[in-house]
Design a protein around this ligand. Structure first.
Ligand code: HEC
Length: 176
């Protein structure tokens, strides 16, 4: 074997090694692209996705036997899903929220910005908020259906708030 053949042989092996390396690089790039994204969704992305969905929801097609059944259903949803943060009275004063440093707004203030706007309340319940309100419409098995969302919004508007259908609070007369 002369020196020329030896060097050609060496070069051939080098090219082969490069080929193998680039195959490894290409296949790992393919794996990286195909791998599922397992990161939890960013909260603001999740809220934006839910906003787009709830904007198309047809709440007006949800039928209730009567107002009482809508209220009763909403009461159950509120007790199960909302009281921990918003409180039974809707004033937002709860130990849970305080412990977590959550700023939970009162749903019963007279000058509430959402007063009378049930569509906005449904949308907020469905989508939540990055500041600590869960995205109820997209919580997997624990999600609220559109029917649940409608009922709980109706419950907040007509039962928790005393400026709507709820009877006025009695005023105590103190005898002197
Ligand atoms: C884990 C705590 C938590 C739970 C549970 C929760 N909320 Fe909230 N909620 C919040 C926080 C925090 C905000 C304030 C978000 C913000 O900064 O606008 C909020 C905001 C709201 C608002 C908007 C109020 C406003 O003045 O802008 C409505 C309406 C509301 N929640 C209704 C509900 C209802 C109905 C439920 C039950 C289905 C519920 N929330 C469950 C924490 C919670």
């Amino acid at each position: 074997m002369d020196s020329r053949t030896r060097s050609r042989g060496a070069k051939g092996r080098w090219v082969l090694a490069m080929g193998a390396a680039s195959t490894v690089m290409t296949s790992s790039a393919v794996v990286a692209c195909a791998a599922p994204d397992v990161r939890p969704p960013d909260r603001s992305d999740e809220v934006a996705t839910a906003d787009a969905m709830v904007a198309r929801a047809r709440f007006d097609t949800i039928a209730w036997l009567n107002e009482g059944s809508r209220v009763a259903h909403g009461n159950g949803v509120y007790a199960a899903a909302c009281t921990e943060c918003h409180g039974y009275l809707g004033d937002g004063v709860t130990e849970y929220a305080t412990r977590r440093g959550l700023k939970v707004p009162s749903l019963v203030r007279r000058d509430w910005r959402l007063a009378g706007d049930i569509a906005a309340v449904r949308a907020r319940v469905f989508s939540g908020h990055a500041a600590g309100m869960p995205t109820w419409g997209l919580r997997g098995d624990a999600r609220l259906s559109l029917r649940d969302v409608d009922a709980v919004a109706f419950y907040v508007m007509t039962q928790l708030r005393d400026d709507a259908l709820a009877p006025p609070r009695p005023t105590l007369k103190v005898r002197r």
